[in-house]
Design a protein around this ligand. Structure first.
Ligand code: CP
Length: 309
């Protein structure tokens, strides 16, 4: 089996057709709600907090009849000095078919994939990637729209530390959307600007970058505010949250000025009243709960494709 089919590490490794295949299989699964009876073992190795990703992987695994083993990184023998490498080797020796990893370091899942015999699935690595969130978000759009071509998506917020931002921008562009990147200068570094400008050259100007909010979102079909990843700030970095709230929060007044059918997405968790108002999160424009619900179905399809029937 090729490494691309064995592991699930990032959307930039996948062709558009492969993503579409996952979306189509997810559509069918959502209708049939079929269950399976795999006799295989999964280990969730999470070194960071999670609500929706971990729980949806567990539910998806249960639907597939898998044995789900939970190793909480913060309570593992890491606290006795065991290295990440030796933790992986230990899990591998115990015997797992798939290890699902969430880790604060970018590249942790790629590292793991090189050193274990099982499949590896990236459930979020540092500021790098969160591919299953992107597939859940793409499916949520696909379910509503059936077409990605030239759909205009404005992503607002933290482009330095958000792994969802990076994976979603790549995923949205790959599927044919136009993406607006909106945020204050301190949350879009020069390095990030250069990376997106490079990506833009390869994708015929589908990415636009702004340091203002109102004008770019007026024509958007989807607006996706992001949480500021405060837990990843180092000592030399800070953001004025009050200023951010005043200048970048998405609320009902702003949405009134946008397209009538504009939809709101957010990968979660939400910090209400900082990046988005409580009212909008729970409004009929919000697809946030759909994203969470769809996360179970896409993860079921992805695990199934990794483990084979
Ligand atoms: N979107 C996301 O990764 O949420 P959790 O941290 O709750 O898993």
């Amino acid at each position: 089996m090729s490494d691309l089919k064995k592991h699930f590490l990032d959307v930039d490794l996948f062709e558009k057709d492969y993503i579409l295949e996952i979306l189509n299989k997810t559509s069918k699964l959502k209708i049939s709600n079929r269950k399976e009876n795999f006799n295989k073992n999964i280990c969730a190795l999470f070194y960071e907090d999670s609500t929706r990703t971990k729980l949806s992987f567990e539910k998806a695994s249960n639907n597939l009849g898998l044995k789900f083993h939970n190793l909480d990184g913060s309570k593992s023998s890491k606290n006795k000095g065991e290295s990440f490498y030796n933790t992986l080797k230990t899990i591998d020796s115990i015997g797992m078919d798939l290890i699902i990893i969430r880790h604060p370091s970018s590249g942790a899942s790629h590292f793991a994939a090189k050193h274990v015999t099982s499949s590896v699935l990236n459930a979020g690595d540092g500021s790098h990637a969160h591919p299953t969130q992107t597939i859940a978000d793409l499916f949520t759009i696909y379910e509503k729209n059936k077409n990605f071509d030239n759909l205009e998506i404005s992503i607002v917020g933290d482009f330095i530390f958000s792994r969802v931002a990076r994976s979603n921008i790549i995923g949205f562009i790959k599927m044919g959307c136009n993406v607006n990147i909106l945020g204050p200068k301190e949350l879009i570094s020069d390095e990030i600007l250069q990376a997106y400008e490079f990506l833009n050259k390869k994708n015929s100007g589908k990415i636009k970058i702004y340091d203002e909010l109102e004008k770019p979102i007026l024509n958007s079909d989807i607006i996706m505010p992001l949480r500021i990843q405060k837990e990843r700030f180092n000592n030399n970095f800070d953001v004025d949250f009050e200023k951010y709230q005043n200048n970048w929060k998405i609320d009902e007044d702003l949405i009134e000025k946008c397209k009538k059918n504009v939809l709101i997405m957010h990968p979660g968790p939400v910090n209400e009243e900082i990046e988005i108002s409580h009212k909008l999160v729970h409004s009929d424009k919000s697809l946030i709960n759909n994203q969470v619900k769809n996360g179970v179905y896409v993860r079921q399809i992805i695990i199934e494709s990794l483990l084979g029937k």
